[in-house]
Design a protein around this ligand. Structure first.
Ligand code: SF4
Length: 261
């Protein structure tokens, strides 16, 4: 029995695409798969292999992504940014455009690239050396978002709900799910989707001292509580994380807006 025969309208598969051959991709599409959410972390083989613990995983994952696209399955990517790959993130975006652009006849055939920073939860919490601080991740994220826009690739942060100050510019901030859901919450009672987000995401985030003067404070839930705990630990000299302060441009913009009120 296929999802399509059962009348299920939307079925997404989360995958590393390692086993996604052209035949399997076509079979999944015929069975009713409507999208694939693929973990692909780096175009640099040694980094991809280290993050996945599998040899040659990058080439195989990229082949799986191409198979899905050729089979007509809409693909979103979820590169998880760590200390190993975050500085290469802008080049990763260029790599996606070069590899996948030809499949889309001028348009990169991706639904979205999620900007997901490693979170200090679960197994990841046991590898704190891999956790980048927001401060060190911000320039690469802002640059990658700009390059993605230049290639016509949509980006969002909905999987990890990053602080808005990491996104670099106003257009990226206003396009983010966090900004849009905050605006929706201010306009009326939450629907089922927002109720779910309130439980799963918003309840686990917190604003801190730098947020009090931030122009985005009514549209941003702040940082993850687990990150804030590590930041507090860093301030006392026991960790590597820092509270986010945004880019120089963002700080100037924030200061200008705050002083003109
Ligand atoms: S300073 Fe605080 S409120 Fe402003 S964007 Fe960053 S995390 Fe969000």
């Amino acid at each position: 029995v296929t999802a399509r025969e059962e009348g299920i309208a939307r079925v997404q598969m989360q995958t590393n695409a390692l086993l996604l051959t052209p035949e399997r991709a076509c079979a999944l599409r015929a069975a009713g798969l409507t999208s694939a959410f693929v973990a692909y972390h780096s175009h640099l083989p040694e980094i991809q292999d280290r993050l996945t613990g599998r040899k040659d995983s990058g080439a195989r994952t990229l082949a799986g992504i191409k198979a899905a696209i050729r089979a007509g399955i809409p693909v979103s990517l979820n590169p998880v940014l760590t200390r190993l790959n975050v500085s290469h993130f802008p080049d990763f975006i260029d790599h996606l455009a070069a590899e996948l652009g030809p499949l889309g006849h001028g348009r990169v055939p991706l639904e979205v690239v999620c900007v997901t920073l490693m979170q200090p939860h679960g197994r990841a919490a046991q590898n704190p050396a891999l956790l980048p601080s927001y401060r060190e991740a911000q320039p690469a994220i802002a640059e990658a978002v700009q390059r993605a826009r230049g290639h016509g690739i949509a980006t969002d942060t909905h999987y990890a709900s990053l602080p808005l100050c990491l996104l670099g510019d106003d257009a990226a901030i206003q396009a983010s799910l966090e900004f849009r859901e905050c605006r929706a919450l201010r306009q009326g009672p939450p629907g089922a989707f927002l109720e779910e987000r309130l439980q799963a995401v918003i309840a686990h985030k917190v604003q801190g001292p730098p947020c009090t003067r931030c122009v985005h404070k009514n549209f941003c839930h702040g940082v993850w509580r687990a990150y804030a705990k590590r930041a507090a630990s860093a301030r006392s000299g026991r960790g590597a994380a820092r509270w986010p302060t945004g880019s120089e441009e963002q700080r100037r913009w924030t200061d200008t807006r705050s002083s003109s009120k």
